[in-house]
Design a binder for this molecule. Sequence first.
Ligand SMILES: [Zn+2]
Length: 308
Amino acid sequence: MNNKVYNKINCENCKSDNTKKDGLRKTENRGKIQRYACKECGYRFTLDDGFYRMRNNPIKITQSIDLFYRGVSTRKVQEHLGVFYPHNASNVSIYKWIVKYSQMISKFTGKLKANVCEEVQVDEVEFHRRKSHQAKRGVEKNFFVDSICPETRFLVASAYGRTRSSKEIKSVMNNIKSKTDNQIKVVTTDGFFAYKKVVKSVFGYNNKLGRYNVLHNIVTASNGEGFNHPIERLHNNVRARTKVMRGFHGSIHSANAIMRGFEIYYNFITKNQAIDCCPYELAMPEMKEDLKDVKNKWLGLIYRSKGL
Ligand SMILES: [Zn+2]
């Protein structure tokens, strides 16, 4: 991955791709990095690979993020780094890396199309988020709304919010729709009232066929089926992971970023037992091909999100 040759490098000044390599620049933490020069306008530049001006190197940063999503607290990550690296980062820095890179990657992965089956299952998990590091300030009830393709196990879209309101549900439904084009024919949810309106309004009515574009499949515990297995397994997974995410208190903004990171971890990083690979390998064949030689997927995704 680190030896990757970037093909077309566009000038940061005039956007021309008529550029050439122009020696190396020595940096304190990223080692020697390639400098480029534009043959059109003469501008010299280095690429922003996502780690520009970071005081720690990409391996150390992505290693910390990986440990965190595997269930290690930011304090334990800090202790771990202290054993192997001379310069010790604070656990606040580690927390900031998690938030920063989760947002960076999800901006990119959020735009990718997913190849999923006809059904999507949508459900919500309740969270009790500590309002601040000081326990006395109390907890707040939040909701994580997510959606999964039962076949590829791909987590299609999710939202983290203060309430289980139509707003969060609508944002998830809209994301499902835009990420899957017209593949979805069945939306499965529990009996929560807000789903009814939102499913209909987001997926719309087909005048020609005289029916709604998707079938809204409502499952309730009372009809004996209970909820669907894939999404319940995902929720057990979410609960197990977030239990040890001590950094989960603080602002709702960072809690949301942490859940974006969890989505990346779940789809791209960790092998799903049910399918014996990562969900993106089934739902995004092009990404599978693109990342096939990349061992450190966090790093690969950060580079991709920078267009490299
Ligand atoms: Zn130029």
